[in-house]
Design a protein around this ligand. Structure first.
Ligand code: 2HA
Ligand code: ZN
Length: 274
């Protein structure tokens, strides 16, 4: 008789499921779009699973030595966010990076023989970079948030210009992402190259926009990563709703400065014309 608790009652599983459903209903994750990886504490997972017992082993196809022994809950490749809540064990998995860092043990999930997201290299590389900057970092979230994606078709793709526009679109923006947004041009997804480019951006930004594709966001927990993406998407939504109509009022650079100072956030000073 196992003394382990039922995995589907684990807060980290419940929260991952709810996040997927929430993102699906926001219209951000059509079909198999989007993926999440959430680094878990071994002691938390051990309440539910034998962390040394692998159901099977998979190739990671990337040297993840720096994450050796780390445990992640991840969404599955080809799986739909829409379906996660109805069959979590099929659409999600819990993996532990093992061997020489090129393999992962599946501890739970991927019950139909599935594998982690095709964007796993980009996730793992981004985790490595964010952890160097912030040891409390835990979550990487990729999504196709509609208005941010739309904005990449009609807005200049310089990080400074894009960030400035977003900051102007709602008072909250500079407070939530004072570090701005990184941007990558269109690139082929699912490989090491976009993974490396994204991870490089993650040294400077907590969020990177993939032009004509979506967003890579990070955070210390699911709420923080989601909240960051949600706020960028809100700014982009206002921008798209303005739809090129003449702007009569905006938040001026001097006001953005006052705002950032009032909230004590470390904003990118060189992004303002002051
Ligand atoms: O998981 O979103 O970028 C499907 C994708 C690939
Ligand atoms: Zn995608």
């Amino acid at each position: 008789m196992s003394n382990k608790k039922e995995i589907l009652t684990a807060p980290f599983v419940i929260e991952t499921i709810r996040t997927c459903s929430n993102m699906y209903r926001l219209g951000w994750d059509e079909r198999n779009g989007g993926n999440i990886s959430f680094m878990l504490e071994e002691k938390d997972v051990a309440e539910y699973l034998d962390v040394n017992k692998a159901i099977r082993q998979i190739e990671v196809k990337f040297d993840a030595r720096e994450l050796l022994g780390k445990i992640f809950i991840v969404t599955g490749t080809g799986k739909y966010f829409k379906n996660v809540e109805f069959d979590p064990a099929k659409n999600l998995g819990i993996i532990r990076i093992t061997g020489d860092g090129a393999k992962a043990d599946v501890l739970w999930g991927f019950s139909d023989g599935g594998r982690p997201t095709s964007e796993l290299p980009a996730h793992l590389m981004s985790h490595i970079e964010r952890l160097k900057i912030d040891p409390s970092h835990r979550v990487i979230m990729h999504t196709h948030s509609t208005n941010t994606l739309a904005m990449t078709y009609i807005h200049e793709l310089s990080e400074r210009a894009f960030t400035r526009t977003l900051w102007q679109m709602s008072t909250e923006c500079i407070v939530v992402f004072p570090d701005g947004v990184g941007i990558l041009p269109w690139m082929l997804c699912g490989n090491d190259e976009i993974g490396r480019a994204t991870a490089k951006k993650m040294r400077e930004f907590r969020l990177c926009v993939w032009a004509m594709h979506g967003i890579f966001g990070s955070g210390r927990d699911l709420d923080e990563a989601f909240g960051l993406i949600e706020t960028v998407e809100k700014g982009a939504t206002i921008y798209m709703n303005i739809g090129g109509r003449k702007i009569l009022n905006t938040i001026k650079d001097g006001e953005l400065k006052i705002l950032a100072e009032a909230f004590g956030v470390n904003y990118r000073k060189d992004y303002l014309d002051i």
